[in-house]
Design a protein around this ligand. Structure first.
Ligand code: RUB
Length: 277
């Protein structure tokens, strides 16, 4: 029988499950199910499989570590399931705080720019819409895997006016935008954040045009176990499946962005200028 950690590993690796928050939640559910189903096996093994799916997902690692440390002394399916549910409920409470805090930054008539698919940034915009605010959102395709289409679809389904564009057209949206809002995969003690490739150049352009730049993120995305980390390189075939053999393809999944570009972080602990202090 295939273990949940192996099934979830495949889904995360292939981007069937994407976005740091979704990745972390699904990994926690998989870990708890495997610990319940295979009580004689070392849970560290499940954690290692899940953590190896994508290297820039500290929220996954932090949530699984929290589960393992709090599950010490617990036994039986009900206790372990309750623990997993209570961690997920805490995270969801935090997400709601981020949505309502972020929504305060959105006002009538605003032109919002976002990139990729961040459930946290989308949650902020949907909350602003629920509060009756009228604004438009410019979304990018997010090549090579088009996660920006998920954002465009979700915002459109929520009744928000969306303008969708290729990544290289983003200057047209950023010039004149009132706010740039995006999510994060990782916040590094070295003073950088990691988010979808493109975020770095869009932050530079936003700073050139004085566009306030906000990162909507749970603080569980702060890396605890190291100072810095290398950006994930993905399969070159995602960029060009039948490229001529001598053309070398680069496919970094993320950008490392200096924190000086961030106006503030929208977190469950409040609006933070300095998320690392
Ligand atoms: C997704 C991405 C998102 C962050 C934050 O990249 O960069 O902005 O993960 O998402 P990918 P969330 O599609 O490669 O996973 O706010 O949902 O945690």
């Amino acid at each position: 029988m295939k273990k949940q950690s192996e099934i979830t590993y495949e889904k995360i690796k292939s981007l069937e499950i994407q976005g740091a928050m979704n990745v972390a939640k699904s990994a926690l559910i998989a870990l708890s199910k495997d610990i319940i189903a295979f009580p004689d096996e070392n849970p560290e093994k499940f954690l290692e499989i899940l953590s190896s799916a994508r290297p820039n997902e500290p929220m996954l690692r932090n949530m699984l570590r929290l589960f393992l440390s709090e599950s010490k002394g617990l036994s039986g399916e009900a206790q372990l399931r309750d623990l997993a549910n209570s961690i997920l409920e805490d995270i969801e409470k935090g997400e709601k705080k981020i949505y309502s805090l972020g929504a305060e930054l959105i006002h009538d008539g605003m032109k919002v720019f976002t990139h990729c698919h961040s459930s946290t940034a989308v949650g902020v915009l949907k909350e602003a819409k629920n509060q009756g605010k009228k604004f438009v959102v410019f979304t990018t395709e997010t090549r090579p895997r088009y996660q920006g289409r998920i954002t465009a679809r979700e915002l459109n389904n929520a009744g928000i006016e969306v303008f969708h564009m290729v990544d290289s057209a983003a200057k047209y949206a950023i010039d004149g935008a009132d706010i740039f809002i995006f999510g994060a995969d990782s916040i590094l003690p070295s003073g950088y954040l990691i988010n979808k490739v493109g975020t770095g150049i869009f932050c530079v352009v936003a700073s050139r045009y004085d566009v306030p730049t906000y990162c909507a993120t749970h603080t569980m995305k702060i890396v605890q176990d190291k100072i810095d980390e290398a950006v994930e390189e993905r399969d070159p075939k995602e960029v060009w499946a039948d490229a001529p053999p001598n053309v070398k393809i680069k496919n970094p999944a993320f950008d490392k962005v200096h924190l000086k570009y961030i106006t503030a972080f929208i977190t469950e602990k409040g609006l933070l200028k300095d998320i690392l202090s």
